[in-house]
Design a binder for this molecule. Structure first.
Ligand code: HEC
Ligand code: HEC
Length: 164
């Protein structure tokens, strides 16, 4: 009895393995394309693209949508941001804005996890460059058809009018 069960189990395993192999064979062999790595195979090391030069124009860029973290219009090379010091806050803290004329971080940066306003920067907002990037003149890596809501709404209203 014991023998026949194990035989049946082995048979089932063999059938399963054959089916899996067939499936793997049938899967289309599409190339994996990651615009950052290019066509380099996954087991090969890609040549990283050259680092872009940071713009340093002190000109603020518009935001594509209201919740976008604004891009940084100045260089940040060598700015220390660690547990002992935050160079960004040295200018951007609410208390420093008058003296430095930097745009103070908004109120959202002082809201803790429970939604409570804090007296100092929220820990989740401490590492500024997690969200804010310096400005570079980079070409988009993938096609993007994002449309600003300010452009979308008038276009929709226009289309509605045309139907009436
Ligand atoms: C020496 C002062 C100083 C330091 C340090 C500094 N900034 Fe600034 N930052 C400014 C000033 C002034 C502006 C206004 C535009 C300009 O003059 O470049 C600005 C603008 C910005 C803006 C644009 C805000 C907007 O609404 O468009 C962002 C984002 C920003 N800084 C992030 C950072 C981050 C992140 C760091 C740290 C890595 C940092 N800054 C360090 C002075 C500073
Ligand atoms: C978790 C993401 C995140 C982190 C971390 C973060 N920010 Fe922001 N920041 C945002 C977003 C999103 C906005 C735009 C909406 C808003 O004000 O919340 C913004 C807005 C700003 C603005 C513009 C404020 C205004 O009123 O126009 C400044 C300046 C800024 N951040 C600086 C900083 C600095 C300096 C740090 C580090 C101490 C930092 N941010 C950390 C996401 C972040």
């Amino acid at each position: 009895m014991k023998n026949s069960t194990s035989l049946a189990a082995r048979l089932a395993l063999m059938v399963g393995a054959t089916l899996l192999a067939a499936l793997a064979h049938a899967a289309p062999n599409l190339p994996l394309v990651d615009p950052m790595r290019g066509a380099t195979a996954l087991d090969q090391e890609a040549k990283p693209p050259l680092m872009q030069t940071t713009e340093n124009k002190d000109v603020r860029r518009g935001r594509a949508y209201a919740q976008q973290p604004p891009t940084i219009p100045h260089q940040t090379d060598g700015y220390q941001v660690d547990k002992s010091f935050n160079k960004c806050l040295n200018c951007h803290a609410r208390s420093k804005a008058e003296q430095t004329q930097a745009i103070p971080v908004s109120i959202t940066h002082y809201v803790g996890r429970e939604g409570m306003p804090l007296a100092s920067i929220a820990p989740a907002r401490y590492f500024c460059t997690q969200c804010h990037v310096t400005q570079v003149e980079a070409k988009p890596l993938v096609e993007n058809t994002f449309t600003d809501v300010d452009a979308l709404l008038p276009a929709k209203a226009g289309a509605k009018k045309a139907h009436q």
